[in-house]
Design a protein around this ligand. Structure first.
Ligand code: HEM
Length: 355
């Protein structure tokens, strides 16, 4: 089945806001049927209320105090090295270290956590590829069993961490079950792991490719948020999002039939000159105008945590590596499907760290 591309910023935004016509329910394959992203209307609103509690300003501030030392440890280890490949050697480990810490999980999973997440995200993100169903379902069952055991262990006396917040929020808002909490944990891992890796590499690469912006951010760390926002627009990981069309509709000059799929092309919207003047220019002064966290009812619920992570990582990396620059012999190559995921990014980021 082919899916037409929606390209203009205006049209992509309208479709993202209208989840009645442009539905996310296709995400609800197999065991994902319970996940918040697969629901619209009252069931989505109920789950969203619970999820918003995990990322309240108070809870997020507590996570930030835990994330900063992790970033300092992970990126501080680069100080004094001559060169590295940032993505596999460094960035991949960071969001997993953060999740393990926030969920109170001992670091016993090795690559298993990443492999589970990769199989599931690839399956769900490619709804028209039948070959991915088997490995995706198997990974989902194994990850759910693992997280279910974590929830069982924690339910009696929830800690002050993210897992404790998830359990407490379900108890407070109603709807506690081991399965519901486990689904929430799995959704956060799916939504927040590879996306954050790609966001980190996109932000670092954007700055290294734009030395004036890099110099400005080095001189004034209060520009870090502006740099992350503009990197989201300029080199964003979420190239686009599928939607299931729920009714026959005339949209952006095209007739769409109920039951068909469309692809809301965020990457194109980010370079729409009607929305962003001189879109190819990396400009720290634009303000947050990107759609990288989505828009409307399904706007990324983990955005506060993602921003905490990317901010902390960038500050720690720049401080640890004053001479950080791209390896001129091995430039990054951005493409769709980077690292085997349904995202836009680079498989590798070869950098030099000393003069
Ligand atoms: C930079 C990193 C991230 C990016 C680029 C990103 C991107 C997105 C996007 C584009 C959506 C909308 C999906 C759609 O409408 O189809 C979304 C939703 C979501 N994200 Fe994120 N995300 C990131 C980090 C995170 C983190 C850290 C978490 C959790 C800890 C998370 C959890 C979720 C969840 C649960 C949803 C579904 C929200 C709903 O259905 O209401 N994300 N994210």
């Amino acid at each position: 089945m082919a899916a037409p591309l929606v390209l203009r910023h205006r049209d992509v935004s309208v479709a993202m806001r209208d989840s009645t016509t442009f539905s996310t329910e296709f995400y609800g394959v197999g065991p994902m049927a319970m996940a918040m992203i697969a629901h619209n209307g009252p069931e989505h609103a109920r789950q969203r209320r619970i999820h918003n509690r995990f990322f309240s300003p108070v809870a997020s501030a507590r996570y930030a105090t835990r994330v900063t030392p992790i970033a300092d440890r992970v990126f501080g280890a680069l100080a004094g090295q001559a060169r590295t490949e940032l993505v596999e050697d460094v960035l991949v480990g960071f969001p997993m270290a953060v999740f393990l810490d926030l969920l109170g999980v001992p670091n016993e999973l090795g690559d298993q956590g990443l492999n589970w997440v990769r199989a599931i995200v690839t399956w769900i993100g490619s709804p028209m590829n039948d070959e991915l169903v088997g490995p995706g379902e198997k990974a989902y069952a194994e990850l759910s069993e693992y997280t279910g055991a974590l929830v069982e262990r924690e339910r009696v006396n929830p800690s002050d961490n993210l897992l404790g917040e998830i359990i407490r929020a379900h108890l407070t808002e109603g709807g506690f079950s081991v399965e519901a909490c486990s689904t929430a944990v799995v959704s956060l891992l799916l939504g927040g792991f590879e996306t954050t890796i790609q966001m980190l590499s996109a932000t670092v690469a954007s700055l290294l490719l734009n030395p004036d912006a890099l110099a400005a951010v080095r001189a004034d760390h209060s520009l870090i948020d502006a740099a992350v926002d503009e990197a989201f627009r300029w080199a964003n990981p979420s190239a686009g999002l599928y939607r299931l069309v729920r009714r026959d509709v005339e949209f952006a000059g095209t007739r769409l039939e109920a039951g068909s799929m469309v692809f809301l092309c965020i990457a194109a919207a980010h370079f729409d000159p009607d929305a962003h003047a001189a879109p190819e220019r990396f400009d720290l002064g634009r303000g947050a105008s990107h759609l990288g966290f989505g828009l409307g009812p399904h706007y990324c619920v983990g955005a506060p945590l993602a921003m905490i992570e990317v901010r902390a990582a960038l500050a720690a990396l720049l401080d640890a590596c004053p001479d950080l620059r791209l390896d001129p012999d091995r430039p990054p190559s951005f493409h769709y499907g980077a690292r085997g995921f349904v995202q836009h990014g680079t498989d590798a980021l070869h950098v030099l760290l000393s003069r």
